[in-house]
Design a binder for this molecule. Sequence first.
Ligand code: FES
Length: 155
Amino acid sequence: MEKSKSDKDPQGDILIGHGAFGVDYVPKKRRAQVVAGRVYGGKIAELSPGKAKAIPLDRFTIALFRVDDEFYAIKDACPHAEFPLSRSSLVSRYTVMCASHNWHFDIRDGHCVKIGHCGHAAPDLTVRTFPVEIAGEEIWIVVERKPVSRDREQE
Ligand code: FES
């Protein structure tokens, strides 16, 4: 029997152990679930300041960074060649340097601060960012826009 579209694993085409940068296969049980447009990013105390962690979803992975008590979420794939930015380091307060070829990105808005060794800035080149919400001790990352109500659309 053929699987319905909803049963098909979105990562089913990734060969285990052969994923390109940023698209390694992650077993379904280790992927975060989207609940009301948000994914759970863990408890605040579980992520040390200056560190990042990867949060895999079905179709992409999020890199969640902590800077003191601020949290920023970006797509965990460098726009150059998709190396995971969660496996890279913050080189200044808000700048992550991709560990693969040293491109720098601002984790607040995702823009490219510097391209590798040549040092050019490329502000139009960005990595996707996601809003982060804190609820008590829990971190939540917004991955889907809230639907606009019909009343607001007509405003
Ligand atoms: S993959 Fe990030 S700089 Fe090349």
